[in-house]
Design a binder for this molecule. Structure first.
Ligand code: SAH
Length: 396
């Protein structure tokens, strides 16, 4: 089977990183001759060193900087529904062990041996993002593999990421298997939440903050809490369920706040949760000017550094967010500032939080500096793919 695939050759000596286990080959490492350029976007290839020694089976896109992504180094494998089913089963076994309940990131791309593929699980509903031309082309096999491991599950394709644009594949958001009515219900940290997989952010929910949410919520008992960029309430509503006296959720999206309100009601804490539709910076400034403070302040914004060209502006925005957040944190209070910007290095982010504190003339100590939860594992040779940073401080 494998020998029917076209062979893609590295330039002499350029195969060593991939031979050492790295999952990507860059376009300037490949012999990009007419035959290679003519290969279909996202098709399977046998990836070989310049001498023809085959290293593995990969998807190939002749038009992108990351040209080849290795799926397997076992040449006896056929990349079919059975291949995907096996990887899905392994990923699910690991999550069941880590998380226990069927609400988690099931597949986190390279770290789960499935480059550029994301699958989030909401019980019997799976939300799939194929972020490369290769994974897009393999969607029929992916869907068949999911059906084998999760019989009866509905599958939503949430294929509208920016990465797909770079890969030259179309946006596509649709229910591919089964039916899905209304928002999805999910469980996290023992509480109930709702997510909109079609219209919400990313796949509908950010499972990556699970442990950071629990950490902060456990410090909120009996306290006042404000959760900026609350989205569907993952931080703020959880804090209310752990006994926060009063929680204000701030978001500019009415749809997100509606789902947060639904979660507050489902958890029996609606009377202690206030939904405030506002721009986060405007509301922070208003509260700072009014001298109003909260005992727990949560700032988990969308990515301020979406691409490298945003770095200078985004860096300033994180410092400003930390400053305003610190200004409205009561003495002895807790402040969380997070960044999900892949392009914002962790040390630079920590510097901005420190600068924000200094600008607010506040002092404190870092209690926790963490990334995503363990259902978002990291490939050991792609440490830079760990995008999430969440810093929690106790202020004086
Ligand atoms: N903290 C959330 C995730 C945030 S996602 C969680 O734990 O799940 C980003 C959220 O920020 C979205 O809900 C979006 O509506 C909101 N948002 C983006 N820009 C905003 C702004 N300027 N003011 C207020 N909310 C904003």
């Amino acid at each position: 089977m494998t020998d029917k695939l076209p062979t893609l050759l590295f330039q002499a000596g350029r195969h060593k990183r991939v031979a050492g286990g790295h999952p990507w080959a860059y376009s300037n490492e490949i012999q990009m001759d007419a035959a290679a350029k003519a290969l279909p976007k996202g098709g399977l290839v046998r990836l070989a060193d310049a001498g023809g020694g085959v290293l593995g089976i990969a998807t190939f896109n002749p038009h992108t900087l990351i040209a080849a992504r290795v799926l397997t180094r076992d040449l006896s494998v056929t990349v079919d529904a059975g291949f995907f089913a096996e990887r899905f089963r392994a990923a699910a076994n690991l999550r069941d062990r880590l998380i226990g309940r069927p609400y988690y990131r099931l597949v986190h791309a390279e770290a789960d041996g499935l480059p550029a593929l994301i699958v989030d699980r909401y019980g019997d509903v799976l939300v799939v993002q194929a972020n490369s031309a290769g994974m897009d082309r393999l969607l029929p096999q992916i869907l068949e593999g999911l059906a084998a491991v999760f019989p009866g599950a509905a599958v939503i394709l949430r294929n509208d990421s920016a990465a797909r644009g770079l890969e030259g594949v179309e946006e596509e958001v649709r229910v591919a298997v089964g039916t899905v009515d209304g928002p999805l219900q999910l469980e996290e940290n023992g509480a109930t939440f709702f997510a909109d997989p079609a219209g919400g952010q990313k796949t509908g929910w950010f499972y990556d903050q699970r442990d950071n949410r629990a950490f902060v919520a456990n410090l909120a008992k009996g306290r006042s809490v404000i959760d900026f960029y609350s989205y569907c309430g993952g931080f703020g509503v959880l804090a209310a369920t752990r006994g926060a006296a009063r929680t204000v959720l701030v978001d500019r999206s009415a749809g997100a706040l509606e789902l947060a309100g639904k979660a507050a009601a489902a958890n029996g804490v609606a009377d202690r949760v206030e939904l405030r539709k506002a721009d986060a910076f405007a509301e922070l400034e208003r509260l700072a000017e009014a001298g109003e403070t909260f005992e727990v302040v949560i700032c988990d914004p969308p990515a301020f550094v979406k691409s490298k060209k945003d770095l200078a502006n985004g860096t300033r925005a994180y410092a400003k967010l930390a400053k305003l957040g610190a200004q409205i944190t009561a003495p002895g209070g807790i402040l969380l500032v997070a960044s999900c910007s892949h392009n914002m290095p962790a040390d630079l982010f920590a510097e901005q939080v420190a600068k924000g504190l200094k600008d607010a003339r506040r002092q404190g100590r870092i209690l926790r500096f963490a990334g995503a939860g363990p259902d978002h594992p990291v490939h050991p040779l792609l440490p830079e793919s760990a995008y999430l940073k969440a810093e929690v401080l106790a202020l004086d």
